[in-house]
Design a protein around this ligand. Structure first.
Ligand code: NAP
Length: 313
């Protein structure tokens, strides 16, 4: 089987690379990992060229325009990468009987719901990034609606951390240089390890050297539990200090603040919590739970392991 991964230099793309390097499916499949230098996703002709030359049976789109604030002023670029590029991938997959694995975000919601969001809840993104990701979801769904071939999974996730820039690294970097921090405590969500996400996603779509037959659709993919940015900052700082990282900040000098005291160009949802019941039901139906021992591992255990393994910040 030919497996094509877009976004090889991002957090999730690197996690897929690691997954596939360690996985049993490795020798049975042909892989192509592409980054911006091999294929600029804002250029439709480059995407089509890669698809037609490699003829993938499985397309994993781990790439995205993720600069949430910058997107407010780079609207066309955000839509080209987050909406038009996945549309091209979806049309190819639907036409050729391939599988498309795509990732989306909690930012498609406005955060006004009190409980965790379900897949069928109405989307209402607050900013350009969320709008562009929503447009990508809709383009994929539309492309497959017309086709009897191919299948797709859109995994919405939140607060991703891995090998790259993320909130945890930013906090630890600040904690190294400053003696006090103010962190938002009224926005809730679930920190998601890129490795955990790649593992779950890979099992959903791949059965050794075959495309797994799953039910196409949107799924929410996050670990168990929930927190807010302040809770995440405190945990990361404590673990890093215990591990001997030279931080100036103590837990006492991290102050919780409301989001209203930290205005940013793009508004963020106050509630980013995603229900993972639908994905769990599908994984159970496919008999995959025994292969996913980390499915029930709560977010904080995963963050602790991540911070302990950080060699540098
Ligand atoms: N990060 C989060 O907190 C978060 C939260 C919810 C959902 N998600 C979703 O999860 C997925 C993975 O996110 P991530 O955290 O792995 O993102 P990331 O670390 O920012 O990686 C995104 C990758 O996309 C690539 N890319 C951007 N523009 C491109 C272009 N024009 N052509 C080719 N490649 C381009 C980037 O290339 P360069 O390395 O060259 O810049 C980067 O490697 C995305 O779909 C994202 O929307 C992320």
């Amino acid at each position: 089987m030919n497996i094509l991964v877009f976004g090889k230099d991002g957090q999730l793309g690197k996690a897929f690379l690691e997954q596939f390097q360690n996985s049993l499916g490795r020798s049975e499949n042909n892989f192509m990992f592409v980054g911006r230098s091999e294929c600029d996703l804002s250029d439709a002709s480059q995407i089509t060229k890669v698809l037609n030359s490699f003829e993938p049976n499985l397309i994993i789109n781990a790439a995205a325009y993720t600069a949430v604030d910058k997107a407010e002023t780079e609207v066309d670029l955000a839509f080209a990468i987050n909406a038009s590029a996945p549309e091209i991938m979806a049309k190819y997959a639907a036409q050729h009987g391939s599988t498309l694995l795509h990732f989306s975000t909690d930012y498609v919601f406005d955060g006004s719901k009190q409980d965790a969001y379900l897949e069928l809840d109405i989307t209402n993104p607050l900013g350009v990034y969320g709008k562009s990701k929503e447009a990508g979801e809709q383009a994929i769904i539309k492309a497959f609606a017309k086709s009897k071939a191919g299948q797709y999974a859109i995994l919405r996730t939140s607060w991703v951390y891995g090998d790259g820039s993320n909130f945890i690294r930013t906090i630890l970097r600040l904690a190294k240089d400053r003696s006090a921090l103010r962190v938002i405590s009224d926005q809730y969500g679930v920190p998601t390890s890129a490795s955990w996400l790649a593992d779950v996603a890979m099992h959903l779509v791949l059965d050794g050297s075959n495309q797994r037959k799953f039910n196409s659709g949107v799924y929410h993919a996050v670990p168990q539990g929930e927190t807010n940015w302040y809770g995440l900052a405190c945990l990361a700082t404590q673990v890093a200090k215990d591990a001997g990282l030279p931080l100036q900040v103590d837990l006492d000098s991290i102050t919780p603040i409301p989001a209203s005291e930290y205005p940013l160009p793009a508004p963020r949802p106050m509630n980013s919590r995603l229900s993972r019941v639908k994905l769990q039901t599908e994984l159970e139906r496919l008999g995959l739970m025994s292969k996913l021992p980390h499915w029930y591992q709560p977010w904080d255990e995963q963050v602790i392991a991540y911070v302990k393994n950080l060699s540098c910040i």
